[in-house]
Design a protein around this ligand. Sequence first.
Ligand code: AKG
Ligand code: FE2
Length: 356
Amino acid sequence: MTVTTPTLPPFPEDLQTQDLLVIDFEKLAGDNEEEADLLWKAATEFGFWYMKNHGIEELTEPMFEMGRETLALPMEEKMKFWQGNSGDSFGYKAAGATFSDFNGNTDVAEFINVSKDDALSYPSVVHRAYPLPVQQRMHTAVQPFVRQCVRVCEVMLKVFERKLGLGEGELGERHRVEKESICETRCIKVPPTRERKATALGAHTDFGSLSILFNKLGGLQVLTPNTRDDWKYVKPLPGHAICNIGDTLDLLTGGILRSSYHRVQPPPGEQAEYERWSLVYFYRPSNDVEITPLITQSSLIAAAAKTPPRIPIPLESGTTASQWFKKRQGMWRTDSEKGIESYIATGGKYEPKRLD
Ligand SMILES: O=C(O)CCC(=O)C(=O)O
Ligand SMILES: [Fe+2]
């Protein structure tokens, strides 16, 4: 099936946007120290940055095609691959499964999430089965996309290890590609929001270590650090991915690497007339990794961990990456036991415990 992408209206020029640093992946991979400094600045001060020359761009169109075909299936077919309500993420997520604000409104985004483990081991199943349009593209689209995203993340982890004064491999061995994890690709569809100006995806921090995002239409907004309600659009730039730190890297580093709040609002201006498609790779620690600040491995982290955590969600001692994920996933789901209360607890009405 060939689907021609319509020419999309431009992002409005008069809209205030968030300036983010641009990291050149080729320079980073070539051990350029200035580029490493720039990544460190982005990851510690804001937690969001643009990335160029990452080698993923040409792998995104087959992934969007997979997403378009999958999410065009009849609802009954999609629901055969429902992610369930036990804290799992792989499979299909229907619109409305998560809270989009603290008043109890719900999201309007549909996802198809494909596990890194299932993609790399295909046709062997590690976690679950997927709709036909995903299976048909496991080798040609999902695997190459996953592999390049993993490579990009591994290079960034090495920079963080060095800057944090961690021994070589301290972060790497916690994110080994061959070990089971909740790493996944996600293709997201948001319907045109002309009539209904609903929040597509509520305010959240990402649950894992690093996210690499591709979107064409605006709508993504980030919360300016140390503010309670200063949300700014991030303008999609052709050829640039948007990368961010998630909770598990924030927690492992005592908050030195910063997991920042973001959300998806209706695309601005005329862009609201169009379906919004985005694609993410979520890089997460292996399931059995304990999520605790690496204080014995780095004096920098030991010093940082003395200050109370910025993320307002309690981290019980001994929590593993998979337990953290299930807890976080449950906290914004409308079918969770505590309902809206647990979603409110993820953002404390956007009030970080610590303003610094
Ligand atoms: O679609 C986007 O621009 C962002 C999606 C996102 O934040 C997420 O899936 O966690
Ligand atoms: Fe996110």
